[in-house]
Design a protein. Structure first.
Length: 437
């Protein structure tokens, strides 16, 4: 057997080598981390501060379990959702930050060129789950493919205080927006106004799109390029808002954040809000007696039918991520039935699955106040409808064009002038000339 000879080092060579090694050791000790070969992979996920905090607890629990099983660390960072657009824009600009993030509405179109294709994981997860709801899928399907995977959607029903309605002599909640106006006037005189935000918050989007569609109004024409605001239908929507604001609501709606309507109805003063079930869940969690009086009903309709614009939340992976395949594996893990079921339960029915098979969960039938929630999927559209989701749609929402149009009108600007202003802003959004973040 032939042996390999080892070269003899001089004292000078030895000292040079050991000095280099010591310097290297000193540097990584100073940084507080081991050399790369000794480190676990870290997958980072940016999400929102969930309105049902137990959902974030469950997400982190699942992230920890996935990390242990895959010899990695999954760090879930959360922040206020209204701050997310600017944070996401900053990461896109610097092409650094988290590996993956929670997208909203048409966000995948806004960052289409910077997001990883999700075609493979979408096909795998979708097949196992019985297919996607169209309104959720359309929010992720760009011209270059799936740039995000639908994660969950949030039903947007009417939430009302049954005791206030009974006192006012109403035996049912509003079935139409016009009926809400009629009932709201009586309820306000009783001391229990209704509330819809006309402010820079995401709830204002969900309500405006719903009211406008139910009236037959549009923001964009079906081609997605032509502003469609200036019309008799939009004028009717604005006049309805003006009447509701003056005679059924309080001025505080002009400054609400997304928790404003929750606080309003939980205070016992408010009688009705257009909102997910988070106030009811909060009342249950905090053992507030008002939970017994709160109930839900399907979103109101109008001459053009019932339409809803529920928040669609998805997950995108940045192209600059160094953990792309690991991120896809983690997403598939979240969609395993036992994991998604646990997440639905943690949210107490707030999180709705975008996959049809996962929607068959006993939680909807267990509590009569949740029984109607899955039906909201029948009325749902992605924002922008009848146009397809697009970068322009996201810019319209991120710049609060529709909320500002209504706010201008209720504060005295003539309806026609408010519509013209919004039409100009939408035209700029279509051209990509409105900043995001």
């Amino acid at each position: 057997m032939k042996t390999t000879e080892c070269p003899v080092q001089t004292r000078r060579q030895f000292l040079t080598t050991t000095a280099g090694a010591s310097a290297g050791m000193t540097s990584w000790l100073a940084l507080g981390k081991a050399p790369a070969y000794a480190q676990k992979r870290e997958l980072t996920f940016l999400s929102w501060n969930h309105f049902v905090p137990a959902s974030d607890d469950e997400l982190r629990k699942q992230a920890e379990a996935f990390g242990k099983a895959n010899n990695c660390t999954v760090r879930v960072d959360t922040m206020a959702h209204l701050q997310m657009p600017s944070k996401i824009a900053a990461e896109a600009q610097s092409q650094s930050g988290h590996d993956m993030y929670r997208t909203a509405s048409a966000d995948p179109f806004l960052y289409e060129n910077l997001l990883l294709s999700m075609d493979d994981v979408v096909a795998k997860v979708g097949k196992q789950g019985g297919g996607w709801y169209n309104f959720a899928a359309e929010s992720c399907q760009t011209k270059s493919g799936w740039k995000a995977i639908p994660w969950f959607w949030v039903s947007f029903p009417g939430t009302y205080n049954m005791a206030h309605f009974k006192k006012a002599g109403f035996d049912h909640p509003p079935k139409t927006w016009d009926e809400l106006l009629m009932q709201g006037k009586v309820l306000k005189k009783q001391g229990n106004p209704v509330g819809i935000p006309i402010s820079h918050c995401s709830d204002a989007h969900s309500t405006y799109w719903s009211v406008a569609w139910s009236q037959g109004a549009k923001v964009l024409e079906a081609d997605g390029k032509t502003p469609g605001i200036v019309s008799d239908k939009t004028a009717q929507v604005i006049e309805w808002y003006k009447d509701l604001y003056a005679n059924a609501m309080e001025p505080e709606v002009l400054s609400w954040d997304d928790a404003g309507n929750n606080r309003f109805i939980l205070s016992g003063k408010g009688s009705w809000i257009h909102n997910p079930i988070s106030p009811y869940n909060s009342a249950l969690a905090n053992k507030q007696p008002i939970a017994d009086d709160l109930n839900h009903h399907n979103s109101p309709g109008g001459p053009a039918g019932i339409h809803s614009a529920p928040p669609n939340l998805s997950i995108g992976i940045w192209k600059f991520s160094k953990n792309q395949e690991l991120a896809k594996e983690f997403i598939a893990y979240l969609f395993q039935k036992q994991n998604f079921d646990a997440w639905i339960v943690a949210s107490n029915a707030f999180n709705h699955p975008p996959l049809k098979n996962l929607a068959d969960h006993p939680i909807w039938a267990r509590n009569p106040k949740f029984a109607m929630l899955p039906k909201e999927a029948e009325y749902a559209h992605p924002r922008g409808w009848p146009a397809k989701p697009s970068e322009a749609v996201q810019r319209i929402d991120d710049n609060y064009i529709m909320a500002d149009m209504v706010a201008k009108a209720v504060n005295g600007m003539p309806t026609k002038r408010a519509m013209d202003w919004a039409q100009e802003q939408v035209a700029l959004a279509v051209k990509g000339q409105l900043k995001v973040g």
